[in-house]
Design a protein around this ligand. Structure first.
Ligand SMILES: [Zn+2]
Length: 450
């Protein structure tokens, strides 16, 4: 691959740019046809790279692209997941060049999707092409590229559930995330899940005069605060009964590995403008936001919130609450536990309702897995340093769903960097990362076995 890249570099740019020029903004209905065009262009590139077949599948929303090459059914199968849809470009005036006319400057490609995720899926196409062209491909490879990642994949779960045989694989390989830095390459081996809830406390049938009734009736806003204040104890532990039952404690060795990622507590606090940090006792800030679950009020409303004062007891107060979950905790179960707990601690002089919003599970790939080990070896060789395992605090719901439906672990080999400004104006992708990504992926296939 070291020689293959320079020999084909200008063609690589042409091909990647042909994808970047298509404004496949999934959230904007006027781009519906661009979504189809982009899916079709991907099919062409997949076939040209050596896929046996590639097809655009209709879904209820934007199409899914699926392609595969079968070497030998007895060999391991790698499923590459990615997305060809992109975020909108607003505010357009902040772009230094046309978001849909890619430009190379200062060693990076500038365009919407340059990194997220067209640039990153392109690395997979080219590593695959190289392995096919040089007769080195030893694995069956499948590709699934969706067009709805940026709008939370509404149609994909149903499509996957209907095509589990087609998608059967040993590992799901994903490049749609970042690494810590080009000097500290990292492999993301797990993400958190999410349970999103809303608490509604209802009191009197109308707002009451706080002078006439104050002190003689439960105030829904006060009660809501009482309830919320009871959800986390003084050690930063969530008090919901059974909440931690399925949390897998990490071994000292695993925690040590994760702590190798550079992290400065003071810098962390300064960056977000807080005078100090807080969280579950016994864990570092880095652990609290990745390997531990948490509960946060996302918003709280009720009563009089306009300027000035108005003396009332509100009839209602609401809080939206998110719980980030760790792998093995199931969002459905946690939502049930949350509802039960709130009902239990709710005082009887108000009505308390709990609404369940969306949720998703977390996922994890063990560092000891052959896929992780192969990726680490590959990236170590390309970057000259052993990559560190990292855990993401956010959620990619579709990957947990794929893990459950297909029975294979997702491995996140992401080559993006913080500096790429994905989702923002002037999104870019460093050529160095693009090419190192291709090399790493090609080596992953070399080292990976079941
Ligand atoms: Zn993405």
């Amino acid at each position: 691959m070291y020689k293959y890249i320079p020999a084909n570099e200008s063609r690589f740019y042409e091909e990647l740019f042909s994808l970047l020029r298509i404004p496949s903004v999934s959230s904007e209905p006027e781009h519906k046809n661009d979504m189809k065009r982009c899916a079709e262009r991907l099919c062409e590139l997949l076939l040209a790279a050596g896929a046996d077949k590639a097809k655009v599948y209709k879904t209820k929303g934007h199409p899914v692209v699926f392609a595969q090459k079968t070497i030998d059914p007895a060999r391991p199968t790698v499923l590459v997941y990615g997305h060809y849809d992109v975020q909108p470009v607003d505010p357009i005036q902040e772009w230094k060049s046309d978001p849909f006319e890619p430009e190379i400057r200062d060693g990076a490609i500038y365009a919407r999707g340059a990194n997220d995720d067209k640039g990153q899926i392109f690395m997979h196409l080219k590593s695959f092409e190289y392995l096919v062209a040089t007769g080195q491909l030893r694995h069956n490879v499948k590709f699934i590229f969706e067009g709805e990642e940026e709008i939370s994949s509404p149609s994909l779960p149903e499509w996957i559930a209907a095509h589990t045989d087609l998608l059967a694989c040993d590992v799901i390989l994903v490049s749609d995330t970042t690494m810590i830095s080009a000097k500290v390459p990292s492999i993301n081996c797990g993400m958190r899940g999410l349970a999103y809830m809303e608490i509604v406390v209802k009191g009197p049938s109308a707002d009451l005069h706080s002078g006439h009734y104050g002190g003689a009736v439960a105030n829904p806003a006060n009660v809501l605060c009482e309830i919320v204040s009871k959800l986390i104890d003084k050690d930063g532990r969530i008090t919901i009964k059974g909440f931690y039952d399925d949390v897998v404690e990490l071994s000292a060795e695993e925690r040590e590995m994760l702590s190798r990622a550079p992290f400065d507590e003071k810098e962390f606090a300064d960056e977000i403008g807080v005078p100090g940090v807080r969280g579950e006792k016994g864990y570092t800030s880095q652990e609290r936001r990745s390997i531990r679950p948490c509960l946060d009020v996302n918003g709280i409303v009720g009563g009089f919130t306009a300027e000035g004062s108005k003396t009332i007891i509100p009839r209602e107060a609401r809080a939206k609450v998110s719980m980030r979950l760790v792998p093995n905790q199931r969002c459905d179960k946690i939502a049930e536990l949350f509802k039960k707990h709130i009902k239990k601690i709710a005082p009887k002089d108000v009505t308390v309702e709990v609404i369940e919003h969306h949720g998703c599970d977390g996922f994890l790939i063990p560092v000891s897995s052959t896929a992780y080990q192969a990726a680490a070896k590959a990236m170590g060789e390309v970057y000259g340093v052993e990559p560190v395992p990292s855990r993401g605090g956010g959620s990619i719901g579709i990957l947990a769903e794929m893990q459950q439906l297909l029975g294979a672990d997702p491995l996140l080999m992401g080559f993006g960097l913080e500096r790429d400004f994905i989702h923002s104006p002037n999104e870019s992708y460093l050529l160095d990362q693009l090419f190192k990504g291709m090399q790493s992926i090609a080596l992953f296939y070399k080292y990976y076995d079941r």
